[in-house]
Design a protein around this ligand. Sequence first.
Ligand code: P9H
Length: 225
Amino acid sequence: MSGKPKLYYFDGRGRMETIRWLLAAAGVEFEEQFCETREDLLKLRQDGHLLFQQVPMVEIDGMKMVQTRAILNYIAGKYNLYGKNLKERALIDMYVEATSDLNEIIMHHPLQPPENKAKHLASIIEKATMRYFPVYEKALKDHGQDFLVGNQFSRADVQLLETILMAEECKPDILSKFPVLQVFKARISNIPTIKKFLQPGSQRKSPLDAALIPKVISIFNIGNE
Ligand code: P9H
């Protein structure tokens, strides 16, 4: 065991990508073991490595952590990305739970049946531009600080940037009416650890594509549960 966290998931985004972003933002190197087949997932289960028979699983500090949010909370706490006090943590939690809600919709877009794609994309754009982005635009405008909470870098900044970039993959000009978020995106993208993660060749994964979708469907038996 190298002491580095080890991530168990398939070789794609899904529910593990935000964990990769947070570790990268904290400057933490990590190893990955990819599930390539359903057998790989079943083996992890048989070996008792998955508390709820599901991935993501992260081996860190002697634990085999599962449940995405639990893993993110632990990493944010360990690497001081969770605010200076309980009130800041409460605001950070409100912000990241909202980005997670939007992320959840976007991450399932590639798995939508073709006849539902257009409607699903429209709902992503509507929710992003009418419900979520206006909140972050106003928060940054009102306090005029570089970071969302407590005038210091936190998981809220990392997870909002991740979601902004995913939304832009759905609609490249989705930030056209959010000038403050455009500046925020550039500022957070230039933080050295994040700039490195955004470089080609990093452990950041590309969107689920036609090649990967059948593999994901077979690994998780999607549709035949
Ligand atoms: N609460 C893949 C691509 C995009 C989005 C989701 C899944 C839930 C957490 C096996 N894990 C399709 O559903 C695969 C969870 C964790 C938990 C799993 C089973 C999923 C996916 C793989 N499914 O937040 O960690 O749903 O292991 O038997 O449930 S991820």
